[in-house]
Design a protein around this ligand. Structure first.
Ligand code: ADP
Ligand code: MG
Length: 240
């Protein structure tokens, strides 16, 4: 579905992302992990067209998307959430999601139907008339997913959608992610909660100082001494 080739993003002298390649297959959930500052969000920004990469290519189903603007990337089928959620605070929850749905259609009635489906799927249907700004963080995180979902993505990029959630909200979010995959959406997910990453990911890529440090099956990656040293810390015991 997605092929990223030798992606580099420099900010002045700093290579925030340095020659990272990865592929995301149809129906796959790929976990992207690494310490703070590793370059994960910058990688997402370059894939999603929010930033232009310094070098490298992004291909969706073989079609080159490198250098395209965020709205064109979205229309091509890549939806994303933002690590720092910024809903349109003065709009209702439903209208926030409607903004995403208008990516798929200019027909407002159709867009409403798509938005309502996304609200249903994310468990926000009973919140549809609430002002987005007045919702607590866990719901705003879900709203972020609902809006991305309403754009009709083939691929979803999820950037720390579980940060700040309590354990039961995390469980709900895990179920939601698995539901999205069962609907045929491929997912690239950045998350710090190892329990989440190991339970949803088919494969994991680890980034460190902008570079790809490791890649593979969750159990292999979690037990890789390089990964334990750079990220997980000594004393970490991988759980199956
Ligand atoms: N717009 C920017 N301008 C300059 N430096 C940036 C910018 N965005 C990110 N960085 C730097 O790039 C590095 C990677 O950041 P980021 O991609 O946010 O990491 P992560 O998401 O893995 O925590 C950090 O050193 C950060 O300070
Ligand atoms: Mg980040």
């Amino acid at each position: 579905m997605l092929e990223v080739r030798h992606l580099t993003k420099r900010f002045g002298g700093l290579a925030a992302v340095n020659d990272v390649s990865l592929t995301l297959n149809k129906g796959e959930i790929l976990g992207l992990i690494g310490p703070n500052g590793a370059g994960k969000t910058t990688f997402f920004n370059c894939v999603a067209g929010a930033m232009q990469p310094s070098e490298g290519q992004v291909l969706l189903e073989g079609r080159e998307l490198t250098g395209k603007k965020a709205h064109d990337v979205c229309r091509a089928g890549i939806g994303r959430t933002y690590q720092i959620v910024k809903p349109f605070g003065k709009l209702s929850v439903r209208d926030n999601v409607l903004v995403g749905a208008l990516n798929q259609t200019r027909n407002v009635a159709d867009a409403r139907r798509i938005a309502d489906e996304a609200l249903e799927l994310t468990g926000l249907a009973d919140q549809r008339n609430v002002l987005a700004a007045s919702m607590p963080l866990p719901r705003r995180k879900r709203l972020e997913i609902a809006r991305a979902l309403a754009t009709g993505p083939k691929i979803l990029l999820l950037d720390e959608v579980m940060a700040g959630l309590n354990p039961s909200e995390v469980e709900l979010a895990i179920d939601l992610i698995k539901t999205l995959r069962s609907r045929g959406i491929a997912i690239l997910i950045i998350e710090h909660l190892m329990r989440v990453i190991t339970s949803v990911s088919d494969r994991i890529v680890v980034m460190h100082h902008g570079e790809k440090l490791a890649e593979g099956a969750p159990s292999a990656v979690m037990n890789d001494p390089k990964v334990v040293e750079a990220y997980l810390g000594e004393g970490f015991v991988a759980q199956d």
